[in-house]
Structures are given as C-alpha cells and as structure tokens.
Write a protein that binds this ligand. Structure first.
Ligand SMILES: [Zn+2]
Length: 137
C-alpha cells in the first residue's frame, strides 16, 4: 500500500466533500461524494446519481473511476468516499476498484472530514477476481 501525506489525504477528502453537494439522491437521500487521485496527480470526483428506475442509478465511486478512465487515466493512487456516516463502498464499486489495482488506497470519511478507515482495495475485497484470472486460466 502506498502512503499518502496528511495533506494529500485532506485534499482528497475535501474534494469528495465538495463534490458531495452535487449528489442526485432524491430517493435514498443518502448523499455520496468520491474523489479519485491518479498517479498523474489529477483528482476526479463523482457523486451518486439515482434514477426513478432504481437500478439505472450509479454510485459516486464508479462515476469518479469512469470519469478518470474516459480521460485516459488507468493508474490510481487513492480514492476517498464521503457520506454522512462513513459508509463503505458497495460490492460492485469494490470490484470496479479491483480492476485497476488492489493497492489503491481507500479512505472512508464522514461529512465532517473525519477519516473512519484507511485501507486499500485488497483490504475491503479479499479474494478479489482480477484481470490476472482471465489472463492465466
Ligand atoms: Zn457502489
């Protein structure tokens, strides 16, 4: 697991808090903000976007990751996820994180900026199915 400076952690959590105001969550009212730090030093944010047809919505973490990938980024240092109460990423988001590396730092924080847990993708998705499984059948 790479190490982030305290300043990097704070910046990433702050970016997730800032993004969270744009969450579109009229059904759950559970606002989520995410901020993804790439190894190139850029930050891509994301929010949850719900839909009247519930399964059509998307989580904040995957929005951030997909934004980054669609800009040509595939190497991630860390992702911060902010909710009112320090909720963890869902299973689908953990799987998408694993696609791009089990070493990516995951910071779970609340809306006060308090870090609830700092781990990496392997820490929240033990036994992950990764691209290597397809490459080495
Ligand atoms: Zn999710």
């Amino acid at each position: 697991m790479d190490v982030l400076t305290d300043h990097e952690k704070t910046s990433l959590v702050d970016a997730a808090i800032e993004a969270r105001q744009w969450a579109y969550a009229p059904y759950s009212h559970y606002l989520v903000g995410a901020a993804l730090l790439t190894t190139s030093g850029r930050i891509y944010d994301g929010v949850n976007v719900e839909n009247a047809a519930y399964p059509s919505g998307m989580c904040a973490e995957r929005v951030a990751i997909f934004k980054a990938v669609s800009q040509g980024e595939r190497n991630f240092s860390a992702i911060a996820v902010v909710t009112s109460n320090g909720g963890y990423p869902c299973g689908a988001c953990r799987q998408v994180m694993a696609e791009f590396g089990l070493e990516t730092i995951v910071i779970i924080a609340n809306d006060k900026g308090e870090i609830i847990r700092e781990t990496d993708v392997s820490g929240i998705l033990p036994g992950a199915f990764t691209p290597e499984h397809l490459n080495n059948p």
